[in-house]
Write a protein of this length. Sequence first.
Length: 351
Amino acid sequence: MPGATDTHDSRPAEVATKRVLLAAPRGYCAGVDRAVVTVEKALELYGAPVYVRKEIVHNKHVVTTLRKRGAIFVDETDEVPEGATVVFSAHGVAPVVHDEARALNLKTIDATCPLVTKVHREAVRFADDDFDILLIGHEGHEEVVGTAGEAPEHITLVDGPDSVVDVEVRNPDKVVWLSQTTLSVDETMETVRRLREKFPRLQDPPSDDICYATQNRQLAVKQMAAECDLMIVVGSRNSSNSVRLVEVALEHGSRAGHLVDYADEIDDAWLDGVATVGVTSGASVPEVLVRDVLDYLAAHGFDDVLPVVAAQESLLFSLPTELRRDLKAASGSEPDSVRHDPAATGAGTLR
Ligand code: SF4
């Protein structure tokens, strides 16, 4: 482990007895930040209620906070009253969902992460060229449903390495793989390896589909896992990238790993015999929740916190076009790129 290892390895043994390795990057990615700010700005601009199709991001705290401020989360578009405003979540939607919204005369704001939209565009392009598209992802995940909906007749879902054996294509000379943005990098490469064994002419995506935020958070965990007796990942159970962080920690040597939404879910018994605790958080997790975990650990003697920095992140996305237009009309000036107000949902700045 570069940097942090050099620092803490030279510490006297008694200082290093109980310590926390804190992953960076962790927490909010640019796509989540943009989606959360979109709902906040929509509430400010149009007033409550603002409808949101599905959870805007997969985090219990964020959803609960926005609900208190007037967001109404629905599962399907037809639950939104005719003519109301609906925000589509960061995970993206299939074209048919846009059609449904139009039929109901809804005002839509599309908070799909631009990196998910990129995968949608790839799917459309390869389908137009009549490729068989093998979409690696988790069955039923909203992002996969949205991407598959772009070209259902061309896309076959491949849910992990073990499902490769059942995959069939029309023409093995014209096949490409794409993926969900929040998968395990290592497991996806294993799936691709098996697919390529079966279809040697398999084409790669034009660029990585697993996004920078997913990759960076996994990289940080890999760098510290072997030194950790316990890895605490802050995130919700339906957050794909958060669940992957626990798996990556265990695969790379952490002796235990747990996913928690809140610090009060930590069981004191997890700390029995533990010297080093790793802490990280998924891409949809506000920093305030990590702070609560660090406070809990400090209260249990783990107040020596060492950052493990795997990458620097500075990406920011503009708000959705339709919202920018309305904000500009209301204020007379162009809105900034996303700058989150930590007071709103407890979000913090990545370090
Ligand atoms: Fe976008 Fe990646 Fe964040 Fe998903 S995890 S919202 S794809 S940046």
